[in-house]
Design a protein around this ligand. Structure first.
Ligand code: GLC
Length: 753
């Protein structure tokens, strides 16, 4: 009944819009007219209500609010003082809260239901950093599409993804959630994810609104410590950090989320420069900004707000449109408007942005369109979604080393020893952001390898990795003493033709609030690896991890190393298919691997400095006790075949730079190669990096096949932002590099006039 009332009210006032001037200039856009007609019906408190987001009663992904506030949620829902909820699980529960909002409140404005669908809802695809290693934009887009399909079937219509934070620091646990260290790769992947989640028509019930987060510089937290201070110059902000956000905006992302950190002394949530001057001003962004969990209130701890009232005033005036779980807007904004500290236009503008997304989702037409129990049963865990997760997982694997072609493994007649706690772990492959997946629902490596029945497969844990099996451990208790299971592992290794060791991190050792000061193999794993190596050198090391690790000893001693990240629900099947050669690995690193944590932050697009090296005398930029070089560079990854690059040609034509290169598959297997294009601007008014990724092509080759791969760089792709935030393209010499990794030496020099 109520729903019909609001719809008729909207229709009447929509029609009346055409006869009378509205409070806002009449827009030709029907959605904007409907938004205005609803706004014209709303009280100040109801507009503020749209700016209020509560966590569901069923789950938390941040500090739990005090009981008093939580108890008010139900009352505020009935009064129409809640615009959105997050972490409500399942169609039944979402229908419950939507029914209260739509049928009990005065205007019946539907809720938008948010959830961290970061790499899947219940079925998990690989963690985003792993997906990024595929450099396969179509597969990444498909993966987001499948996540949206499953999440929308579960009643969700808004995801807090893609996270597009650039980071150069593997100590930061949230590197698992992004696309690594490069702004160009990060931008392309951000676009693919936004398009995957939102599709072509947001009113399609299989699509969900996306959210570019965390705005901004969150990945530049000092010393890789989560939530820590970020202090950077405008050139880094504009040339490295902002591009993926701008690309997500240009791809039509419907929402942004700001970040916990301060940037140059101002908490992002209260930063007018970021949210109003850049995002809503320079970029003319028309979506809405949601604060991160409690970040409005956290401005008090930052030392930027005196109290909750001051925090609400700062955040609203700075352009934070929706308050996630601070209870600041719902309790303080009305009085701030009455005192003239926040204008009603700020409130109306925020409510307008939020209502617009709800209209675009079709929630006013049918608030229950995402609440279909039959569809939920039919779609969640469907074959289409599982197959996509497996496909994405295989493409995310990076082959780091393969001496004497120990890989792919023979499928018959082999005695294989499989060792490591992670080899049988069905939880960790789901990663940290698996909050809707069932515990222990991933296919383990052990299960994946058992499917290859031609070999004798023996398994031993070797060493427990961590105590306890809680599904949301705030503190992991790593085993650093109990070696009681070593002997069993030694015994099976002695008798094996090949040893496969699955080592790395458990799912909760990366992700939010999981920074590490060390990047080695946690617990007893390194000792186990060296112990097994003593009895059998034929080891294939399979890494399961959420961040680059300093596996320098392994690189020096172990013949084969496979980077298999946390690959989601189909992890074990994907890893087995790569180890046995049913899929030829094609991944490339989206983030540099350091030799030691002392090198961090380490990244490929560094500046040359005034004292580059190596030099004979001591006065150049280097360490006395470590190389400047990474263990594995950005863009690096091997294949079971090999590729040769020849005949690089470059020419400037009509103001663009045309590039071509011949690439040959010199091996006997079919394989894919990510052909990468880098530039170096040798002299500029602001120093430029020694390399900048400006293009890539994922190309498949038959054995012995040669293809000519071409790129074209426009003038703007040679440009950069200077320290006055001005985009400039400067004439001069550019080096053009092409290859299968950022350390390629195949280059030409062109004069850009
Ligand atoms: C968390 C995260 C953010 C997430 C939000 C809702 O603290 O920082 O990325 O979307 O809260 O769960």
């Amino acid at each position: 009944m109520r729903k019909i009332l609001i719809l008729s009210l909207v229709t009447i006032s929509f029609l009346s819009c055409n006869q009378q001037t509205t409070k806002k200039i009449k827009s030709s856009n029907p959605i904007e007219q409907k938004v205005d007609s609803v706004l014209n019906l709303m009280t100040l408190e109801e507009k503020i209500g749209q700016m209020n987001q509560y966590n569901g009663f069923w789950d938390v992904t941040g500090p739990v609010p005090s009981a008093g506030d939580a108890a008010k949620k139900y009352e505020h829902l009935k009064r129409g003082w809640v615009g959105s909820m997050l972490n409500v699980r399942g169609v039944e529960n979402i229908r419950k809260v939507q029914k209260i909002a739509v049928e009990d409140s005065r205007l019946g404005i539907p809720l938008i239901i948010g959830f961290d669908v970061i790499h899947g809802y219940e079925t998990q695809s690989p963690i985003p950093l792993a997906e990024s290693a595929s450099w396969d934009l179509e597969a990444i887009k498909k993966s987001a599409q499948m996540a949206a399909k499953e999440a929308s079937a579960a009643g969700i219509n808004w995801t807090f993804a893609p996270m597009v934070d650039i980071s150069r620091d593997a100590r930061w646990g949230r590197v698992m959630e992004g696309a690594g260290e490069d702004p160009y790769l990060g931008s392309q992947i951000g676009i693919a994810r936004v398009k995957g989640f939102q599709g072509k028509d947001l009113s399609d019930p299989h699509t969900i609104a996306a959210c570019a987060k965390h705005f901004t510089a969150y990945g530049f937290a000092e010393s890789g410590k989560d939530y820590n201070t970020a202090d950077i110059g405008l050139s880094t902000l504009y040339n490295t950090i902002l591009p993926p956000f701008k690309s997500a905006h240009e791809a039509g992302v419907k929402t942004f989320m700001n970040s916990f950190n301060e940037l140059n002394g101002i908490p992002a949530t209260g930063d007018k420069f970021l949210q109003r001057d850049i995002l809503k001003g320079e970029w003319n962004y028309e979506g809405f900004v949601v604060s991160d969990w409690g970040s409005i209130m956290e401005m008090i701890d930052h030392g930027y707000a005196e109290n909750k009232n001051h925090a609400a005033e700062l955040a609203a005036n700075a352009g934070s449109d929706m308050d996630m779980e601070s209870y600041a807007y719902v309790n303080e904004l009305a009085s701030l408007v009455k005192e003239g500290k926040v204008s009603e236009e700020v409130i109306t503008d925020a409510a307008r942005r939020i209502l617009k997304v709800k209209f675009e989702l079709g929630l006013f037409d049918d608030p229950y369109k995402y609440c279909n129990v039959e569809r939920e049963k039919e779609v969640i865990g469907s074959k289409e979604i599982i197959d996509a997760a497996l496909d994405m997982a295989k493409k995310s694997i990076v082959l780091l080393k393969n001496e004497d072609n120990i890989l792919p493994l023979k499928k018959n007649g082999q005695k294989i020893a499989l060792i490591g706690a992670l080899a049988s772990d069905k939880n960790s492959p789901l990663g940290n952001w698996r909050i809707a997946a069932k515990d222990d629902s991933a296919v383990s490596v052990f299960e994946g390898m058992k499917a290859y029945v031609g070999n004798e497969l023996n398994y031993a844990e070797g060493a427990t990795l961590y105590a306890g099996k809680t599904n949301f451990p705030s503190e992991l208790v790593l085993n650093t003493t109990d070696k009681s299971k070593f002997q069993e592992a030694i015994n099976i290794a002695k008798k094996a033709d090949v040893v496969v060791m699955v080592l790395g991190e458990v799912g909760y050792q990366s992700g939010e609030a999981r920074s590490r000061a060390k990047l080695d193999l946690p617990g007893l794993q390194q000792e186990l690896l060296e112990t097994i190596f003593k009895v059998n050198k034929n080891i294939v090391l399979v890494l399961n991890n959420g961040r680059p690790l300093t596996i320098t000893w392994a690189d020096e001693n172990i013949p084969a190393i496979v980077e298999a990240w946390q690959l989601g629900s189909q992890a074990g099947n994907a890893i087995a298919q790569v180890l046995y050669g049913d899929y030829n690995p094609s991944g490339k690193l989206p983030m540099t691997f350091p030799r030691s944590v002392g090198q961090v932050p380490i990244y490929y697009n560094y500046k040359n400095t005034g004292r580059p090296g190596p030099k004979k005398e001591v006065f150049w930029s280097h360490y006395q006790d470590e190389s400047n070089k990474p263990l594995y560079p950005f863009g690096y990854g091997l294949s079971y075949t090999s590729f040769e690059y020849k005949n690089l040609k470059t020419k400037v034509e009509l103001g663009n730079i045309k590039i071509s290169v011949d690439v040959t598959n010199t091996g006997i297997l079919k394989g894919k190669e990510v052909v990468q294009l880098y530039i170096r601007d040798l002299v500029a008014s602001v120093t430029r990096p020694v390399r900048e990724l400006k293009g890539f092509e994922l190309v498949e080759f038959n054995p012995s096949e040669t293809k000519t791969v071409t790129f074209e760089l426009t003038k703007d792709e040679l440009g950069f932002y200077n320290n006055q935030r001005k985009f400039v393209v400067e004439r001069g010499e550019f080096q053009i590099f092409v290859g299968g990794s950022s350390d390629t030496t195949l280059k030409n020099t062109v004069e850009y006039k």
